[in-house]
Design a protein around this ligand. Structure first.
Ligand code: ATP
Ligand code: MG
Length: 141
């Protein structure tokens, strides 16, 4: 099953929609609630990153019997130094974004912790692609 959701830079009311829809879908498929929770946390952080740091983007969710692949493609400034961005506490969030309660620099590290695979590709001034894979069977024995 393939799902697609759109995201707009600066529109925080839309961040969280894809993760709540995916949560419902995975519940219907009887995926382990602990695994669902981790996927939802990672996807929410990824959604917020597009809204906070990019201009526009999309979420593609490919739900298969034994795994989910979440791809976030955005048009935005890109990430110049991905290893630096992955460090806990590193953030370039604007003061407006910080006022909304984001910008602790914990999103990417949390995504990494909560999925089986995290792949990031970025081109400066063009955009960023984030791909997260979680297998349902490997988690929790
Ligand atoms: N999609 C993106 N486009 C451009 N830059 C990004 C994107 N995602 C992350 N970044 C860069 O990586 C940094 C770290 O991201 P991370 O999600 O860890 O923290 P944050 O978004 O700044 O704060 P938090 O997620 O804790 O609210 C961001 O501050 C930003 O510089
Ligand atoms: Mg973030």
């Amino acid at each position: 099953m393939l799902f697609r959701y759109e995201l707009e830079g600066g529109n925080f009311s839309k961040a969280g929609y894809a993760s709540s829809e995916i949560k419902k879908t995975l519940k219907q498929l009887s995926v382990d609630p602990k695994v669902i929770k981790r996927i939802v946390v990672a996807l929410y952080e990824a959604e917020v990153n597009v809204v906070a740091h990019a201009w526009k983007g999309e979420v593609l969710a490919d739900v298969e019997a034994d795994q989910i692949t979440l791809t976030l493609n955005d048009e935005g400034p890109g990430i110049p130094d991905i290893p630096l961005a992955m460090q806990e506490g590193y953030s370039t969030a604007s003061s407006a974004v910080r006022e909304m309660g984001f910008g602790a620099g914990m999103g990417l590290p949390n995504m990494k912790k909560n999925v089986d695979e995290l792949h990031i590709e970025s081109r400066i001034g063009v955009g960023t692609n984030v791909r997260m894979i979680t297998r349902f069977t490997n988690e929790g024995g």
